[in-house]
Design a protein around this ligand. Structure first.
Ligand SMILES: Cc1cc2nc3c(=O)[nH]c(=O)nc-3n(C[C@H](O)[C@H](O)[C@H](O)COP(=O)(O)OP(=O)(O)OC[C@H]3O[C@@H](n4cnc5c(N)ncnc54)[C@H](O)[C@@H]3O)c2cc1C
Length: 247
């Protein structure tokens, strides 16, 4: 570990009430890449979530005719950062509901509700491979921030983050964490074949002595799960976070 400095107070908090919607004040937007934007809000009192969880977000500043007017996003920040952040890919082809997020101004309001999900690192003393495709990196940021908040140097945590466009969200944060913890190995990959080769190398090395966490589109998650199974990895060692809504 390279001179880790952090605040190790483990905060104990109660979970948010289910079905309750928490109003949050918009602070700023961060352009992570040409297509990925992060939206940052003040953390409302009472809203809590666990790293790796997702929630339901509604934009109170606009209603789009004929749309369900909410989206599920992963929490990219941890509660201890004291802000709520989600990130999403927005292009010309995106729905109006998502494009309207680009019009948010400081002071505008959104709501968050129902944090849930069990996409988490079970044991930092067990080798783990975190596989993120494109926007699937969002829950991974919170998992790594949580590791850092608790000063945990993992035994062997491999993060394989692949994006065909070669543009990576949270790049500075991820690289900083990678430098700080020698048990963490981050690879930013822009070639799908290389991604598959890296997965294969880790699985051949660690097999069923490791956990595999996959985050991305349902199609990608299915393909990687099939690959891992073909390499002899047992289903119980594979966990997926399916970003339903992306092809
Ligand atoms: C657990 C989870 C975590 C997610 N985290 C993120 C995140 O951090 N960042 C991010 O950008 N996106 C995330 N998503 C995806 C997000 O909810 C949007 O679907 C996505 O951003 C595309 O938005 P859209 O407005 O372009 O299309 P959408 O209007 O959301 O959907 C496109 C297509 O998918 C279908 N669809 C959408 N939701 C569902 C559903 N629940 N069940 C079945 N079909 C559905 C729609 O009918 C439509 O055909 C997550 C989804 C899930 C389920």
């Amino acid at each position: 570990m390279h001179g880790v400095v952090c605040s190790c107070t483990m905060e104990v908090f109660s979970m948010s009430e289910l079905k309750k919607s928490y109003e949050m004040v918009f602070k700023k937007m961060i352009m992570e890449t040409e297509e990925i934007y992060s939206f940052v809000f003040e953390k409302p009192e009472g809203l809590n979530w666990l790293p790796g969880q997702h929630g339901i977000f509604r934009n109170l500043e606009c209603k789009v005719e004929g749309d369900k007017n909410y989206r599920i996003f992963s929490f990219a920040s941890i509660a201890e950062e004291d802000f709520v952040m989600f990130s999403t890919r927005i292009t010309d082809e995106s729905t109006d509901c998502k494009r309207k997020l680009l019009e948010l101004k400081p002071g505008d309001k959104m709501t968050a509700e129902d944090p849930q999900g069990r996409f988490r690192i079970e044991d930092f003393d067990k080798p783990t491979c975190l596989l993120a495709g494109g926007i699937g990196i969002t829950p991974v940021r919170s998992l790594l921030q949580n590791m850092d908040f608790n000063c945990i140097n993992p035994i062997n945590l491999r993060v394989l983050y692949s994006d065909d466009r070669g543009a990576f969200a949270y790049e500075d944060t991820l690289k900083w964490l990678n430098k700080k913890y020698d048990g963490l190995e981050l690879k930013l990959i822009s070639d799908r074949n290389e991604f598959m080769e890296e997965i294969e190398a880790f699985a051949n090395d660690m097999g069923n002595n490791a956990d595999y966490l996959i985050s991305g589109t349902p199609g990608m998650n299915k393909a990687i799960t099939a690959k891992l199974l073909s390499l002899g990895v047992e289903k119980e060692n594979i966990k997926t976070d399916n970003f339903i809504g992306y092809q």
